[in-house]
Design a protein around this ligand. Structure first.
Ligand code: NAD
Ligand code: MG
Length: 299
């Protein structure tokens, strides 16, 4: 694992080693605690530069993977953070909370299931009360489960994928609006799947397209109020979503190797895109999708 921080001049090809994850399986949601090899969330590698000083952020799916890296980066940049995740993910969450406590920033744990409509409003109210306001939202919680054939895609899975990835984003964003002052930002985690759908991820890929589209529509709706909405579209990033039925087992050993950079990305490499879109420095960037995918061309 690299000890260089993200601001050190380095070759992106080997900033991180090419990984070849062994076949492994976990029930959903997967745990960072159990993935092989371990991922980098920036614990040792993310250096803050004061870009989110005094901000108050709610991040969903923040116990592991990309959300955990975003939480660490936001705190190192000076933000207080409220972390949402599923109650069964407490152990992963505690690891990230400990790392954030070392920054001296406030960190609030708000576990719960974002598929629950009432919980979505409760989550926003709790975050705003505990943080003393809210000016940054990251809709990142996501469900990704392969299904080889549409005839085998259960209604239950389709509904769960849409409730987690799309409905929760609508509901949490809607609930957040009354708290967000001008200058606030919303960043949604879309995916390269929004453009290049894997035929085994029909439900998931279509939710990511919806998230991308929502970001561009809401970007226009909220711009006059001084609230910026953008999206980040990661490519193959090594997180627990992949070995918990996010990929066929036999594909894991090659995960991310077909990108121009020739390797999977690490969560810590995605976090700076969220920092940029949340920081005031991106003041003229609205409705944009920032691709963090190792070089695969996208429209
Ligand atoms: P991850 O498993 O670490 O994170 C997903 C998180 O979503 C879980 O930790 C969990 O806390 C949360 N979640 C799932 N269902 C939930 C529910 N019902 N209620 C509350 N929280 C729930 O994996 P990740 O890859 O870091 O995923 C984060 C986001 O990134 C997802 O939206 C995913 O679609 C997106 N993404 C990931 C990749 C990738 O290659 N890993 C690529 C593109 C997009
Ligand atoms: Mg998790």
């Amino acid at each position: 694992m690299t000890q260089h921080d993200q601001l050190t001049f380095q070759n992106p090809v080997d900033r991180y080693a090419q990984i070849s994850p062994p076949k492994q399986d976990q029930p959903e949601p997967g745990f960072d605690e159990e993935i092989v090899p371990k991922a980098d969330h920036g614990e040792e590698s993310y250096r803050g530069t004061g870009r989110l000083e005094g901000r108050k952020a709610l991040i969903t799916g923040a116990d592991s993977g990309i959300g955990a890296a975003v939480a660490i980066a936001f705190a190192r940049e000076g933000a207080d953070v409220a972390l949402n995740y599923l109650p069964v993910e407490e152990e992963d969450a505690q690891h990230i909370i400990e790392v954030i406590r070392e920054t001296g920033r406030k960190v609030i744990a708000l576990p719960g299931d974002v598929r629950d409509q009432e919980f979505c409003s409760q989550l926003v109210e709790d975050a705003a009360r505990e943080l003393g306001g809210l000016d940054a939202l990251v809709n990142n919680a996501g469900k990704q489960e392969i299904s080889e054939d549409l005839t085998e895609l259960s209604d239950e899975q389709m509904r769960s994928t849409y409730e987690t990835n799309v409905y929760a984003m609508f509901r949490i964003t809607k609930a957040a609006l009354k708290h967000l002052p001008a200058g606030s930002t919303i960043v949604n985690t879309s995916s390269i799947q929004a453009y290049n759908p894997n035929p085994m991820l029909i439900d998931y890929a279509s939710t990511k397209s919806a998230m991308n589209n929502f970001s561009k529509g809401m970007g226009q709706q909220l711009a006059p109020k001084g609230i910026r909405v953008n999206a980040v579209a990661p490519g193959p990033i090594w997180t627990p979503i992949q070995p918990s039925d996010g990929q066929p087992k036999e594909k894991l050993p090659h995960f991310g190797q077909n990108t121009p950079l020739g390797r999977a990305g690490q969560p810590a490499e995605v976090a700076p895109a969220f920092v940029f879109l949340t920081s005031p420095e991106s003041s003229y960037v609205v409705g944009e999708t920032l691709h963090v995918n190792g070089g695969t061309p996208t429209p």
